[in-house]
Design a protein around this ligand. Structure first.
Ligand SMILES: [Mg+2]
Ligand SMILES: [Zn+2]
Length: 191
């Protein structure tokens, strides 16, 4: 099965920096609907998100899981089959304040660990899959994992300007919804 690997902050929701409360969580316009369209077109949705705020002690695992629950509930209200959305997060950071999480891990993007784990656990064909991210580290993780195509979205993130110049991306879009428009129209073309 093919998957759409999505970064969270800056792709699904507006990146306000270490978002961990539902009150701070605002979907990028059209993102939830775009996720529903991807799913209906046969893409397994997998969120892969660096959450170093946990290692840094800004918030904890329980708060992350609570926010994830609210996000999935909101996605369900937008027509997504939320039970079929897989969420992988990296709570680590080498310079974190929480000792057990202050490690050099294999899952913090640009490392490909979350993508490889998801592929193994859900039987995903990485070559047939895509990733949508807003930073060079997202694109690099996709390349290291062997994801077929990697797309960048701006989402008004200043780091994505750097990514525009540097990253080896297959295409650049304003937002997730524009990327999905392209993917689904390309699929129509192929039929
Ligand atoms: Mg991001
Ligand atoms: Zn990690």
């Amino acid at each position: 099965m093919r998957a759409a690997f999505l970064d969270r902050d800056g792709v699904v929701n507006i990146d306000r920096g270490y978002v961990h409360r539902w009150e701070e969580f605002e979907f990028v316009p059209g993102a939830a609907q775009a996720m529903a369209r991807l799913q209906r077109a046969g893409w397994r949705l997998v969120i892969v998100t660096n959450q170093s705020g946990i290692a840094r002690g800004y918030f904890n695992e329980a708060q992350f899981q609570a926010l994830t629950g609210r996000m999935l509930q909101a996605l369900a209200e937008a027509g997504v089959d939320a039970a079929a959305v897989a969420v992988y997060h990296c709570p680590h950071h080498p310079h974190g304040r929480v000792p057990t999480l202050a490690v050099d891990c294999d899952c913090r993007k640009p490392a490909p660990g979350m993508i490889l784990r998801a592929a193994a656990e859900h039987g995903l064909s990485l070559a047939d899959s895509i990733l949508v991210g807003d930073k060079p580290s997202d694109i690099a993780a996709a390349r290291l994992a062997g994801v077929g195509r990697a797309f960048l979205v701006h989402s008004d993130n200043p780091e994505s300007v750097v990514a525009l110049a540097k990253a080896d991306v297959d295409a650049v879009f304003d937002k997730l919804t524009d990327c999905v428009d392209m993917l689904l129209s390309a699929a129509d073309w192929a039929q």
